[in-house]
Design a protein around this ligand. Structure first.
Ligand code: EGV
Length: 378
């Protein structure tokens, strides 16, 4: 299998995540792998009843209930409803593939946030779309009119971003949406990490609708709840989006299991009833654990001071992160090197590693000690 021999320099990030799947110290992928909370365990104990309900009730109604519960729990009260506006997918990457398929031939160039997870540029390039980087600093604080090149027919932003955790503020979203409306450009948001950061819980759909821009939002339950990758990606779009999304969807999917919809509704209700705060606490504790274990290691710093997402970057001055990745792998610890996130200029990611935090504390603590030992032995 190619993935097992892939050199980390040339592998994509997901290939490196696959290598880590069976390790005891898998801090590579951003999926939720922490143990279930006591209340979540009760939902899992109820699986036979959930299955029976999924089989008995109207699939369309179960889907609507799941979408509504999920989006409202995370502040998205003005999310669209109605035929074709919210399409259920197996995963956010599947939603992205469908979006890219619908952009092909309609749009030539996409302005894509830089850095971001590498399967986004890879999927877009797979449909012959040209990419131009939209640097985070420009996105959050610069002149958008200059920063978004005129040739871009689509602007794609991950918020909160992966791996940096930076969140697009309401004000910046409004500016960007206005610019997209003025230029008749499609604005795409990937909000897969939204659940972790309350600063991303303002009502994005209200802002988007007020601008009148053509938009697509990719939502995701997969990063939040430890449901063994039983998850839902949503492809949400404006009425005026002008892309053949429903047709592209039908090329790939008939629909998603109603069992997933029932599950998502229950987990969303649990999140709204306090589960969300428990999750934030776990991530904050794991982040503190990593920082405390590595803070005094010479050359180490944490570039994303404010981040609340379930991944943390560590910078190791003067080291090649791909080499470090190898060193850690020999201790059975798996993280990600950051070159691949910088899809337009990999050298920018040279000295950073990304550590996944949606794990049990004991796993993070043990892995952090191994990372510390490895760094001190350099
Ligand atoms: C992260 C895995 C895919 C992706 C993981 C991810 N790759 N879907 N090709 O879900 O941050 O580790 O986004």
């Amino acid at each position: 299998m190619t993935v097992h021999t892939a050199k980390p320099m040339h592998a994509n990030l997901t290939q490196l995540e696959i290598l880590a799947i069976s390790s005891s110290f898998n801090l590579a992928d951003g999926h939720a792998r922490q143990g279930l909370s006591a209340k979540q365990q009760l939902i899992v104990n109820d699986f036979p009843a959930l299955f029976a309900r999924a089989a008995a009730e109207s699939a369309a109604e179960l889907e609507q209930a799941a979408v509504r519960a999920f989006l409202r729990t995370f502040g998205q009260h003005s999310h669209p409803v109605g035929p074709g506006r919210v399409l259920s997918c197996y995963a956010s990457s599947v939603a992205m593939e469908i979006l890219a398929r619908s952009l092909a031939g309609k749009v030539a160039t996409v302005a894509l946030v830089h850095p971001t997870f590498d399967n986004i540029p890879d999927i877009l390039r797979g449909f012959d779309l040209s990419l131009v980087p939209l640097e985070e600093n420009v996105l959050h604080g610069g002149d958008l009119d200059e920063g978004v090149p005129l040739e871009a027919g689509c602007v794609f932003v991950t918020t909160p971003n992966n791996p940096t955790g930076r969140v697009l503020s309401r004000k910046r979203l409004a500016l960007l949406a206005r610019l997209c409306a003025d230029r008749d450009v499609v604005l795409v948001l990937d909000t897969s990490f939204r659940g972790f950061d309350p600063r991303a819980h303002y009502d994005h759909y209200a802002v988007l609708a007020a601008s009148g821009c053509r938009y697509v939002v990719i939502e995701d339950t997969g990063k939040i709840w430890p449901t063994l990758d039983l998850k839902l990606g949503l492809l949400v779009s404006s009425e005026n989006v002008g892309l053949p999304l429903a047709q592209a969807y039908s090329d790939i999917l008939l629909g998603v299991s109603p069992f997933i919809h029932v599950l998502v509704e229950r987990f969303a209700d649990d999140a709204a009833a306090g589960g969300m705060e428990d999750l934030w606490e776990l991530i904050a504790a794991n982040r503190a654990l990593v920082r405390d274990a590595l803070r005094d290691v010479p050359g180490v710093s944490f570039p994303d001071n404010d981040a609340r997402v379930s991944v943390e970057r560590i910078e190791v001055a003067g080291t090649d992160s791909t080499w470090l990745w190898q060193e850690l792998r020999e201790r059975d610890v798996y993280v990600l090197p950051c070159r691949q996130f910088h899809w337009a200029d990999p050298d920018q990611g040279d000295s950073c590693l990304r550590i996944a935090l949606a794990r049990d504390q004991a796993v993070v603590a043990a892995a952090a000690e191994r990372i510390r030992a490895s760094l001190l032995a350099r």
